[in-house]
Design a protein around this ligand. Structure first.
Ligand SMILES: [Zn+2]
Length: 362
């Protein structure tokens, strides 16, 4: 088993195959929130957390073509059939029995699917994917961002990505905190003439962390948290002014965002880590953030929550952490961090960790 399969947020599940509708349950999370069958033959799902999914496959018979289906707990209000294209005859969302929702994908052909190789992969606690086929001919994605939307509004052939805001609203819920009650200083590392780490393909730490930091700020602002960034563009900013800024604003917390580089630029070194310098609160904040960033980075090693003597977390007076969102020199992390959807997921994760902390410690 490759190492990344051991990550506790990465689940790899078998599919139940039958010869006669034998049914084998797959463990997963709750009701179906969003789905898309992408034009590369990958089905992506979003569910509520802690859902149990069950997946099945049945070969064609006289009445139906090859069928793949997944059952989700929770009933759908509006059963429906969505016309397919290419190899897909149709997709049905229904109520197979009380309390369940079933997503059925019915294929036209019955001779090219290889269900023995299928695996449902849990990307985190509410996102799943499975590669069902390799399209031989052009095929348009089919999907729904909001499964519970009324029948009249079903959008088909819509491409979803994890960065899609409409889809995000359906299933991603950031914790609520008391509005206008908190001030958070976000510190994007480096800047200007100091690019920080330079990674694979010339990926620069300063660019990556500035984008992530801005997005964290936007997400927190939407939740009614006041946010100040130590820098908003590529400027040269030394460490003491960052600290002075945070101390002067009397922020509740300080979060410095960085990306790592390994000595010798080793591509096999990847992972995430979060540092704090002092205090129970600092450690708690670090733990919350670390937990969330790991969730969106399946397979990337957990380098842990550690005490670190970095200037910006040592000299700031409020609970302060420094988060390293991956190795720009690591093959796994760099491939992710170079992509905007992953940077959005990391920002979301950091915001979630911060909000969980504020909700708890407040
Ligand atoms: Zn850095």
């Amino acid at each position: 088993m490759p190492k990344f399969l051991n990550n506790k947020f990465f689940r790899c599940l078998p599919i139940f195959l039958f010869l006669n509708s034998t049914i084998l349950p797959v463990k997963s999370s709750s009701a179906l929130a969003a789905w898309v069958l992408k034009n590369n033959g990958v089905l992506e799902l979003r569910t509520k957390s802690n859902t149990n999914l069950k997946a099945y496959f049945q070969r064609a018979n006289q009445i139906n073509g090859d069928r793949f289906w997944i059952d989700f707990p929770g009933e759908l209000k509006n059963p429906r059939t969505i016309k397919g294209n290419g190899p897909i005859k149709e997709i049905r969302l229904g109520k197979p029995n009380k309390g369940n929702t079933r997503l059925v994908i019915e294929f036209r052909d019955n001779n090219y699917l290889t269900p023995l190789t299928w695996r449902i992969i849990g990307l985190d606690q509410n996102r799943w994917k499975i590669k069902l086929f390799t399209p031989k001919y052009s095929f348009k994605s089919i999907g729904e961002g909001l499964v519970e939307r009324s029948v009249g509004n079903i959008k088909t052939n819509q491409n979803l990505s994890y960065g899609d805001n409409r889809a995000n609203n359906a299933y991603l819920r950031l914790p609520n905190v008391k509005r206008n009650n908190f001030l958070v200083v976000i510190d994007p590392g480096h800047g200007g003439p100091d690019p920080g780490a330079i990674g694979i393909g010339g990926l620069r730490e300063t660019d990556v962390v500035l984008e992530v930091a801005k997005r964290v700020g936007d997400l927190l602002s939407e939740k009614g948290v006041k946010v100040r960034l130590t820098r908003k563009k590529e400027i040269d900013l030394d460490l003491p002014p960052r600290v002075a800024f945070a101390n002067k604003t009397n922020a509740d917390i300080f979060v410095s965002i960085h990306a790592n580089a390994s000595v010798g630029k080793r591509s096999d070194i990847n992972g995430l880590e979060t540092f704090y310098f002092r205090g129970y609160k600092g450690k708690l904040l670090a733990k919350r953030i670390q937990k969330q960033i790991l969730r969106v980075s399946p397979g990337s090693p957990d380098r842990g929550v550690k005490q670190g003597r970095f200037y910006v977390i040592k000299k700031t007076r409020m609970p302060a952490v420094l988060v390293e969102i991956g190795f720009l020199t690591g093959r796994l992390d760099a491939r992710r961090l170079e992509k905007a959807p992953h940077r959005k997921r990391i920002a979301y994760a950091i915001a979630k960790g911060i909000l969980e902390y504020l909700a708890k410690v407040g």
